[in-house]
Design a protein around this ligand. Structure first.
Ligand SMILES: C[S@+](CC[C@H](N)C(=O)[O-])C[C@H]1O[C@@H](n2cnc3c(N)ncnc32)[C@H](O)[C@@H]1O
Length: 343
């Protein structure tokens, strides 16, 4: 393990807003001007490098991960030493003063940092993060819970903070929509090499990214998705896939010693979870993988679907934890390693 390197594990923030003016709600947060978004990203300490949109939402690749802007929902995911939680105050301010929108839900999640001592405040510990969140979000978000979901390995746990108001449940109970966040470490070194650029390739980040998407098979995960991709120099890769109102996103830190990749998507009971999970596992062949699923309702069937997708490929589920959050549904946290590897 390197003494210090790039922190691949992302912090993820999802904020939901509501408003009364239907004219504003149609485009909602998508009407925020780019200058305001840049101010938010400046507070976090990252920049936008690429963007794509459709009639449902806008997706940005950031220097450190991704940003998705829907009319009443914003998702920011950032890695490295970014200060993600510092985006909350400016976002609440711009949404309220420019668009008349009010925050009604906040969800913050992350894995366990590889280099926790390199993180700046408020990411210095989960206790600091939870305190910062408690002090930053408005009081109408009265249902609050912070939880650290453990695994068998002390180096992998899932940190969750969810807060909601009383009257705007942000999840679609009828359609059983879930968000799946997969974190992979110890990538197969041969596969990780594909996320390095040849020195002096003379390509732009966009064109090198396009090539990586095809070369690695990322484009086969969801062939329907419109992909916005970017290859960093000398290495590293990010992509956002957009398919109707659903996104998927991949970020890769391929450096030996602290290699990391993440895959995140939204799905429903009709999603081909088996194809998707198997493809992801084939592209990275990680030494350890965690799968965190957030869903409405309290059915715990999703963990069984995840396990049955990857177990036939030689993976063993080493731990499975479930937690429930008031007015917000449940989170399942599973960890897997190849069957041949002991914990
Ligand atoms: C931004 S990407 C993907 C981020 C993603 N969250 C992850 O860690 O997997 C990170 C990778 O790009 C590399 N990289 C190269 N130039 C970079 C830059 N200007 N900003 C951020 N990462 C850069 C890092 O060394 C790392 O391998």
């Amino acid at each position: 393990m390197a003494v210090s390197g790039f922190e691949g594990f992302e912090k993820r923030l999802e904020l939901h807003f509501f408003g009364d003016d239907p004219a504003f709600l149609q485009m909602g947060l998508r009407k925020l001007d780019f200058e305001s978004l840049q101010q938010v990203l400046q507070a976090v300490q990252c920049t936008a490098v690429s963007a794509v949109g459709n009639s449902y939402f806008d997706a940005y690749v950031l220097s450190e991960s991704s940003l998705f802007v829907y009319p009443t929902k914003i998702i920011i995911k950032t890695c490295g030493t970014t200060q993600l939680l510092k985006s909350i105050r400016p976002l609440i301010y711009y949404a309220h003063h420019h668009l008349g929108l009010t925050l009604c839900s906040c969800r913050y999640t992350r894995g366990s940092f590889i280099f926790p001592k390199a993180q700046p405040f408020p990411h210095t510990s989960f206790k600091d993060e939870a305190t910062y969140l408690e002090e930053t979000i408005p009081t109408n978000l009265c249902y609050r819970k912070a939880s650290i979901m453990p695994s068998k390995s002390s180096s992998h746990s899932w940190h969750v903070f969810i807060a909601n108001d009383e009257s705007h449940i942000p999840y679609d109970y009828d359609n059983e929509i879930y968000t799946m966040e997969i974190c992979m470490t110890e990538l197969d070194p041969i596969l990780a090499r594909k996320f390095f650029r040849p020195p002096g390739d003379g390509k732009t980040g966009d064109s090198a990214g396009k090539e990586m998407t095809v070369l690695t098979g990322v484009n086969e995960i969801n062939p329907e998705a419109l992909i916005c991709d970017f290859a960093f120099d000398p290495c590293g890769y990010s992509m956002n896939g957009i398919d109707g109102d659903w996104y998927s996103t991949i970020h890769v830190t391929p450096e030996d010693g602290y290699s990391y990749a993440s895959f995140e998507c939204v799905g429903s009971k009709n999603t081909d979870l088996v194809h998707m999970l198997r493809k992801v596992v084939q592209i990275f062949r990680p030494g350890t993988m965690s799968v965190s699923t957030t869903f409405s309702g309290y059915s715990n069937e999703i963990w069984a679907r995840v396990a049955s997708a990857v177990e036939p490929m030689g993976w063993k589920c080493r731990s499975c934890t479930m937690d429930q959050f008031p007015e917000a549904g449940s989170v399942v946290f599973q960890t897997f390693t190849p069957r041949r590897k002991s914990t």
